[in-house]
Design a protein. Structure first.
Length: 108
């Protein structure tokens, strides 16, 4: 038998799909402690938010891997998305480009 000790607060959220005959259920567990929040699901992933270093770590237990998203990572991803969008918009005729740009601004 193993025991896990946590300092802080634990919140467990159980959601059920009542539209399904299987009554599928998913459990989310939130652990809060000392500027950290860990979110665990029934799947093989955990997400840890660190308020001090202002980053988010996604852990894949199945793949035995993790990714850290910080402000630099987020900025780099945003830059790449912006560049790809500009390249895609360059292919759109000018009269449609304005409409697409307005639509994108409304969604953001």
């Amino acid at each position: 038998m193993t025991a896990t000790a946590y300092a802080g607060e634990v919140v467990e959220v159980i959601s059920k799909d009542l539209t399904s005959s299987e009554n599928a259920e998913e459990t989310l567990k939130f652990l809060f402690s000392d500027g950290f929040m860990k979110m665990s699901t029934d799947q093989e992933n955990d997400v840890i938010f660190n308020s001090q270093s202002r980053n988010m770590m996604i852990i894949s237990h199945a793949e035995k891997s993790y990714m850290i998203f910080d402000e630099n990572t987020t900025s780099n991803i945003k830059s790449e998305i912006d560049k790809a969008m500009e390249e895609a918009l360059a292919q759109v005729p000018p009269e449609q480009r304005a409409m697409v740009e307005r639509s994108m601004k409304q969604q953001m």
